[in-house]
Design a protein around this ligand. Sequence first.
Ligand code: NDP
Length: 444
Amino acid sequence: MNAAKVLEDLKRRFPNEPEYHQAVEEVLGTIEEEYNKHPEFDKVNLIERLCIPDRVYQFRVTWMDDKGNIQTNMGYRVQHNNAIGPYKGGIRFHSSVNLGILKFLAFEQTFKNSLTTLPMGGGKGGSDFSPRGKSNAEVMRFCQAFMLELWRHIGPETDVPAGDIGVGGREVGYMFGMYKKLTREFSGVLTGKGREFGGSLIRPEATGYGNIYFLLEMLKTRNIDIKGKTCLVSGSGNVAQYTVEKLIQLGAKVVTMSDSDGYIYDPDGIDREKLDYIMELKNLYRGRIREYAEKYGCKYVAGARPWNEKADIALPSATQNEINGDDAKALVANGVFAVSEGANMPSTPEAIRVFQDAKILYAPGKAANAGGVSVSGLEMTQNSIKLSWSQEEVDEKLKSIMKNIHEACVKYGTEPDGYINYVKGANVAGFMKVANAMMAQGIV
Ligand code: NDP
């Protein structure tokens, strides 16, 4: 394979999808060498079959707002690759959603799911519907209208969606309700469900906790204790909240959180009580992070991200491309020695280069945030065997999966000077499993 040529072709065939191109470029750049050791891959054009999604569904979603106006949004499901298991990946509701963003996420998801050691293929879906400012009734009507179209394409053995930005327990519940009504089946078709109807313990916590379990493995390679370390967290949604919860439990000090309007800086650290306030603010009242600064009298910076603050560790947990090259330089200059990504692709290619050139610990989202989909996989297993595991059981399994992912990254990513290139490690490990499965299944 000639990575540059493959990418050029994809850009020509699928223009105006920059995030998709960015994600493919990052993966191709790191797997090219390994891929070319296997001439049998190129004979069957494995690379294009791996980069281009199996199929994409695109549909209009029509719903009525509280004033009786009829609204339209776009809905999508990208079924990227099911070589190792049913398509699996979240649903995102955000005004920025478009096909290119979902294609990047579904592509990444394929490698991430492969890394988890569980039998899950890769997919992603969503809509440009924004739950922000919508009433509960509007969110329910939208979720129902979205599922009226999507239900035909998914199923517990076909494609199992979950949450992502803008889709939490509430939205999953509404979508599950409509799916159940349409199919007259109670099945594990979605993960991230409520506890009472098949949800797994630890699923809400899994991405954030998993990211910290991965971080602990990285810190171990340099004999660093997390206790007392100062951390920058971005976002204040699901991933950010449970990242902060675990950091507090481990004695680290979190000084920032953010939302799409700005960030707060609390030099005293966000403690349990303050985190409870954030959870209530964000999950119950759907308020803004600015209100934290007003309540606790700390700094709020509107329209900015927290990467210029001094710290030891950064945990981006909001969205893609939220750390650019200059942010990365500021982080390194301010003494940050570890970056572990809760969000998907939060660092731009320039930022990744800065981290790797500085030889700091850097874990890409597809490894570090794989805990979420891992526990989704465990939810699927519990649904299939019609049993629920205890909190301790699920947490132990999550820890062990994150440890395994770390080991795979070390195995495939350690460079001659001993530096662990987690990007390469994750990409090669994730790729090899999918590639071998595709080879065994013939040209389909
Ligand atoms: P939530 O919707 O719960 O929270 C998202 C947070 O990020 C909010 O604070 C939101 O602010 C902020 N945010 C969203 N978009 C932007 C933007 N364009 N600019 C700045 N801030 C933004 O989502 P999650 O916590 O579930 O997801 C966060 C990240 O983690 C995403 O990249 C997601 O793909 C990734 N992820 C999530 C998993 C999960 O299990 N949920 C699993 C693996 C990865 P506001 O409140 O203003 O919208």
